[in-house]
Design a protein around this ligand. Structure first.
Ligand code: ZN
Length: 459
């Protein structure tokens, strides 16, 4: 009895369940159950895949995004690595029974020293120079098998869409070839991989595909790229499924969904206009906000950009030049929150921004959490951290072309000999994945896991 988790980064339930060409996935759906899979806040690749693997929320992992504050200083954020995650993951439990295969699960560099084999994720630095496999010798085997093993498409935020599409297909083909090789050459008990190609396709091609996207042009030449790639993934998944037998349990899952991006909201520009952030002088042209540009003696609040905003208060006694007294912390936080929630979009319509306080949504707040997390316009808008813009709303992204944002709900399809539930299931959360898979394999659920098994919903 083996367990397989096929991770499709960014897979959207609307397409996964709605596209009729996905015959292999449809067969899997008919043999088991499926539904939307609610992601964590923020629904971002890092930490979402590791929240799924450990059944721990971002605060408990102490990982709030790709980059996190490492101290209450102003200078920069530390990038998460595989070593930032200390909680045991599902492959550690399955690894007690036999070998596991873990490929591309972010953050996966340096490669995890699992009982079995592991390969780094898209955060791996230059693969020609870095050791990104466990055991180390596996790298040579991969390179013999597929040429240079690609962990990502480098430069995927490109306007050369023909090139981008080719690169993504070439990468994904190699990934699946490696998975099939490992499945047939390792005596494994648990297999998990994450295909990042789907995320890259959707960020690169969503505006050509989604008729509600502001930049959608009817009849454009890339209209079917997103859906065709799903169909291609379905074929590759079919080849994986044919290497399994009826005793094996299969879960297909995504870390979050995908939705159109209406634009970027210049959060630090806005904080300046609100009188909460002060710059020493206004820059002549748009660019990233550097701590040295900020007049900290007149700054109460600043923010980081990205798919969502991490908002920080400049607190007296906490930040080096903090000015918000601790006894005013709650009042300032409530005020900023109310102002964020009241934001209109560029047409003057309420944006419906969601604002979260880490202490309200996480069981623990390890390391350094942001003071607030904002999903601008329910993630139809992204957060632009740069300053020097003459507007609050931009169409261009400050880190390169990007057509889509992450959606709160990803998707799952579950099938196996002990999966007795049939049809569509509601209310499944990403934190439920690890307990469900352990339960289906007849293993006990570790008490530290925060989700619950799908099999035990009514008990
Ligand atoms: Zn993702």
């Amino acid at each position: 009895m083996r367990t397989v988790l096929i991770g499709l980064d960014c897979a959207a339930p609307e397409i996964l369940f709605g596209e009729t060409r996905l015959t292999n996935l449809r067969q899997l759906m008919s043999r088991g159950c499926y539904g939307r899979l609610e992601s964590v806040v923020p629904p971002i690749t890092v930490p979402a895949w590791m929240c799924m693997a450990t059944s721990q929320d971002p605060g408990s992992l102490g990982v709030y995004g790709f980059r996190n504050r490492t101290a209450y200083s102003y200078d920069g954020l530390g990038v998460v690595t595989s070593q930032s995650i200390t909680a045991p993951a599902i492959w550690d439990y399955f690894g007690e029974d036999g070998q596991v295969i873990v490929v591309g699960v972010p953050p996966g560099y340096p490669p995890r020293k699992v009982n079995g084999v592991s390969i780094g994720c898209f955060l791996t630095p230059d693969t020609t120079r870095s050791e990104f496999t466990h055991p180390i010798e596996l790298k040579q085997t991969l390179n013999q098998l597929v040429g240079n093993y690609p962990v990502d498409v480098s430069g995927f935020r490109s306007d050369d869409k023909v090139w981008l599409k080719d690169q993504i297909y070439e990468m994904t083909r190699k990934h699946f070839e490696v998975i099939r090789y490992l499945m047939t050459n390792v005596d494994w008990r648990y297999l998990q991989f994450v295909e990042i190609g789907l995320d890259r396709v959707q960020h690169g091609f969503w505006k050509y595909h989604d008729r509600e996207h502001r930049q959608y042009v009817a009849g454009n030449g890339f209209e079917n790229v997103v859906r065709d790639y799903y169909a291609y993934l379905d074929e590759e998944i079919g080849t994986i499924l044919r290497l399994l037998n009826d005793e094996d349990t299969v879960l297909v899952a995504s870390d979050h969904g995908a939705q159109r991006l209406d634009g970027g909201f210049c959060v630090n520009e806005w904080l300046c206009r609100e009188g909460l952030l002060a710059l020493k002088e206004r820059p002549d042209r748009p660019g990233p906000l550097k701590p040295s540009q900020i007049d900290w003696s007149r700054t109460q609040v600043w923010s980081e950009g990205g798919y969502y905003a991490r908002v920080f208060l400049n607190v007296e006694g906490r930040e080096p030049a903090g000015i918000v007294p601790m006894d005013r912390y709650e009042a300032v936080l409530d005020d900023v929150r109310a102002r964020l929630e009241a934001l209109p979009d560029d047409h003057g319509v309420p944006m419906r921004t969601q604002v979260f306080r880490p202490k309200d949504i996480y069981r623990a707040q390890n390391r350094i959490p942001p003071d607030l997390i904002a999903h601008f316009g329910r993630l139809f808008w992204r957060s632009i951290g740069g300053v020097g813009y003459d507007t609050l709303y931009v169409q261009e992204n400050d880190t390169g072309p990007d057509d889509c944002n992450h959606a709160q709900f990803g998707a799952f399809i579950l099938s196996g000999p002990r999966v007795t539930i049939r049809g569509e299931v509601e209310g499944m959360h990403l934190l439920d994945v690890a307990p469900t898979l352990l339960d289906l394999a007849g293993r006990s659920i570790p008490p530290a896991m925060q989700g619950r098994s799908l099999l035990r919903r009514n008990s």
